[in-house]
Design a protein around this ligand. Structure first.
Ligand code: GRF
Length: 211
């Protein structure tokens, strides 16, 4: 059984999707927020998951905040970390300590659109297919071995909000799926890529606009 901590900063809908998925082999040991006001904390409590706030504003430096977070993770005997809307840049020291044990979800098909405002940027570029990515965390933001991706079409008349809602629904399916693959050992990092016994998907091609 892998012990998992989910790191959040806000709403926590991906965290909730992971919790509700009840992934065999993955026990959600705690939800940690760097923001005391994160709505996701209440969602975690409602799901009877232990919560912890480590407020980054209470620490003089990024490294002091990370030292406290690291200690809490060691205390909880954590195997895997899942960043789910965790909006804090991490230093190389922390990233290295959790190398190949820390996942992140990003609302685009990486390596397209790293960073913020991904849905508006996808619309501005006129892409026809957009989506989301779960990847292992590396120092450079929104990079690292890709575990899984989900694609959604960009539809005529889409706004950042309507497209974002379509992507978010995909995120809620993708993150539990990716965590299941990692927790079971089916997906593992070899070099800078993912290897393992990945499920063989039925052939499916998303056309956008549809054929
Ligand atoms: C998600 O879109 C995630 O991909 C991004 O931040 C958002 C967090 O949403 N990193 P929630 O807190 O999981 O509801």
């Amino acid at each position: 059984m892998k012990r998992v901590v989910i790191l959040i900063s806000g709403r926590g809908s991906n965290m909730e999707a992971i919790v509700q998925a009840q992934i065999p082999g993955a026990q959600i040991a705690a939800v940690i927020s760097n923001r005391p006001e994160a709505a996701g904390l209440e969602r975690a409590r409602a799901a009877a998951i232990p919560t912890l706030v480590i407020d980054h504003k209470q620490f003089a430096t990024r490294m002091a905040f990370e030292a406290k977070l690291h200690a809490a993770l060691l205390d909880a005997r954590i195997d895997l970390l899942c960043n789910a809307g965790f909006m804090r840049m991490l230093t190389g020291g922390f990233v290295d300590r959790w190398r190949d044990r820390q996942l992140n979800i990003h609302p685009s098909l990486l390596p397209s659109f790293p960073g913020l405002d991904t849905h508006q940027r996808a619309l501005d570029e006129g892409v026809r297919i957009h989506g989301c990515t779960v990847h292992f965390v590396r120092l450079e933001m929104d990079t690292g071995p890709i575990v899984a991706q989900a694609a959604v079409p960009v539809l005529p008349g889409d706004t950042a909000d309507s497209l974002g809602a379509r992507v978010l629904a995909a995120e809620h399916r993708l993150y539990p799926h990716a965590l299941r693959l990692v927790a079971s050992g089916a997906a593992r990092v070899v070099g800078e890529a993912i290897a393992g016994e990945l499920p063989a998907a039925p052939p499916a091609t998303l056309f956008s606009p549809p054929v």
